[in-house]
Design a protein around this ligand. Structure first.
Ligand code: 5GP
Length: 191
């Protein structure tokens, strides 16, 4: 009997402002059978985000319930809010031979690396810290304090990615199209 190939879990991490979301958006267009993992979060909705599309925005109680019942594959706290990946869509995608793209922080990436060592994990670096600062400051949807907090997180995230061994692929997002192509190649090689 012919068995359908198992799918792949693709983890994309990187400091806020490195361009992860832009890379993921284009990857979804270029990778056949790719789907986006919609995380749950307790942080407030920002800008043009759509509930159920970018995130599922839930209360702290709802988050706790999901966590306690084992419905989350991984979860982490980032700047005072909780984020987590619902387990079921990931398992379904893998069983269907799809690539599921998870844009998560490094704490989540470490959990996925331990639970699913066969996952593909890519860390996205900004070309320079000045670029990162400029990109964050360009976000109209966030307060200056929040932008500074995200920037302050970046050094620790980068050091963790470089030293923990959980991110075999570290790429610098200089030209967006090149980065997308690089990640597409990585995924194709690993399939
Ligand atoms: P933001 O508030 O900018 O959307 O996300 C803040 C951080 O949380 C980013 O590093 C983002 O990748 C990460 N994040 C988003 N969803 C999840 C998730 O489900 N789990 C984990 N661990 N991190 C997430």
């Amino acid at each position: 009997m012919h068995e359908s190939p198992r799918g792949k879990l693709l983890v994309i991490s990187g400091p806020s402002g490195a361009g992860k979301t832009s890379i993921c958006d284009r990857l979804l267009e270029r990778l056949p059978k790719a789907r986006w993992s919609v995380s749950v979060t307790t942080r407030p909705k920002r800008g043009r985000e759509v509930d159920g599309e970018h995130y599922r925005f839930i209360s702290g109680e709802e988050f706790e319930q999901l966590r306690e019942t084992g419905a989350l594959l991984e979860h982490a706290e980032y700047l005072g809010h909780w984020y987590g990946t619902p387990r079921k869509p990931v398992e379904e995608a893998i069983a269907n031979g799809e690539v599921i793209i998870m844009e998560i922080d490094v704490q989540g990436g470490a959990q996925v690396a331990r639970a699913m060592p066969e996952s593909i994990r890519v860390f996205v670096l900004p070309p320079t810290m000045d670029t990162l600062r400029a990109r964050l400051e360009g976000r109209q949807t966030e307060s200056e304090i929040l932008q500074q907090k995200r920037l302050a997180e970046a050094d620790g995230e980068i050091a963790f990615a470089e030293n923990s061994g959980y991110y075999p692929y570290i790429i610098t997002n200089d030209i967006l199209d090149d980065s997308v192509e690089r990640v597409r190649e990585i995924v194709t090689q690993e399939m």
